[in-house]
Ligand binder design. Sequence first.
Ligand SMILES: [Zn+2]
Length: 689
Amino acid sequence: MTSRQRKLTLSLAAACALVLPLTLIFAQAHAPGKELHGIAVANMDVSVQPGDDFYQYANGAWIKRTEIPPDRAGMGVFTELSDLTEKRTAAIIEEAAKSKSPSNRQIAGLYNSFMDEAGIEAKGLAPLKPHLEAIAAIHDKHELARALGETLRADVDALNNTNFHTANLFGLWVAPGFNDSEHYAAYLLQGGIELPDREYYLADSPHMRELREKYQAHVAAMLKLTGFTDADARAKRIFELEHAIAEKHTSLAENDDIHKANNTWKQADFSAKAPGLDWTEYFRGAGLAQQAEFTVWQPTAFVAESALVESVPLETWKDWLAYHLIEDFGNVLPKSLADEDFAFFGTTLTGVAQRRPRWKRGVNLVNDLLGDAVGKIYAERYFPPQAKAQAQAMVANIVAAFRKRIDALDWMDPKTKAEAKAKLGTLYVGIGYPEHWHDYSGFEVKPDDIFGNIWRDGLFEYHRNVARLGKQVDRQEWSMSPQTVNAVNLPLQNALNFPAAILQPPFFDPKAPAAVNYGAIGAVIGHEISHTFDSEGSAFDAQGRVRNWWTDADMEHFNKATAALVAQYDTYKPFPDLSLNGKQTLAENIADVAGIAAAYDGYRASLAGKPAPAQQGFSGDQQFFLAFAQDWGSKIREAAVRRQVMTDGHSPGRYRASTVRNIDAWYAAFNVKPGQKLYLAPAERVRIW
Ligand SMILES: [Zn+2]
């Protein structure tokens, strides 16, 4: 598992951490008036033996009747939940946009300013003008350094929502310190390129070479549309500069290694360590003259980029600044620029033929910039206190189950067990919505100025983050808004966030039997908890400090215990010519085994000795395992499955559902016998936690 995959990823084309069938949503839609709270029997294919193919047994009918829409790589519950949440959020925003109430002023102003296409057209290039003039007025490399510093924003995130990309020269991430987790520290990350990653500049395939030619033409087109002379020559130089930056960038795989990233540089050291850029001017421009030290995530890139500021001519840097400004605001500039921007970054780069409707983009923008303001209303409307209390009680039972499981481990050193339990003791599990809401009062929104609104938002968020430097860490701070269909693990805070939008059917339904909720969302909660003390979580202690608290002997035992799981997943073949890679998916598979095991214990504990009620002809245990397998029902195009198998840390849904074969109770629940395809003899079932 990489830290990038800590959060559950929505896109079916990328890492499918959770891809579920439509279960209850479909069932309700098809049977109005008869609300169903429980497993989706209509999705099952009972002609299949559960012991032969549990995934098909749980999801077969849904798979058969589901069609993948032509603009999607696949379907699962994530897609459906995202659509539902988007509709609800849009309603909140549109109500606010029509209301005159002062509390909705910011939401309304931001949304209306984005929707005002006529106003954007009428203003033309005027919003860009003062900024382009400031760039044109740069006389020397000292002024350039100052201007580069002024572009620094808090727009990257190395470990939580994991975003390593900024087109500015560098990016700032304010988070608990690696070496002092009690206080917020300043992390600096590489930047400077517009394409998504260094590979786009360096990969030597015909497809990528063609993409680069089109990109350079796009840069020239954007410059022409804003009135630059000699646009082709400027575009060539801009591309060459970005290429030179990309060559020295650290790769995504290396970025995940926190030990390589833990480099403390005093501000006074920058000039000696990375000569070229006038760092004093840079930090002055960034408003960070008083910040004594930084954690420099990719030192080699800082050395190289600083040297490029010295070696590349001033005029090229000024063009680079101008193009980056135009590009970063492209979608809120007049139509000619917005269309050119989409033609390259939408269609050429990601294959999307058509832009999403403007109102949907407006909703996304408001969610991004005012996430908590919308989220507060969303949570009030769709996540009542009793649902939160119910989910919290589940978490408590699952945490208690983990504690017992750690005590019972035979391979872990007693001291290590104490550390693991200490982490459980300080773990913050956020459910539904944050304890405190973000205060946006310092963000000035004008209803007729989308360019200015986005500009001011960037500065507002930047200043909010800079103001936190050196302050006491709030471990309960959230990094996702309540209306996000996702979940996230925040290793430096030893915290998890489960937003309200993922706590909906079929993941979580306050009216469903406990068996179903523990099987569906309980297993996901267990999965995330297990990451806090697995081979990755072992790098951070109970206080979020970077400190490996495992002994070498623990690591050795762990590796031995997990070898059987590697072998189990190596046998899975989605296609005759393609097997899963048990090593590549190991951390996630371990978390799946641990998650379902702890959720099952938590479920049994929740019954407090009483028998589990049967529903729709299924026992409590059967409902638990079916709800879990229905989490993973999905229909995905072959190309997308192949890409996932080759590049992702998560196994495809079918094999995640098969995790049940490692759990004894599953055999009893479905009377699974030797000779059936999923049957494992008791000694072959893998138990790690
Ligand atoms: Zn995971």
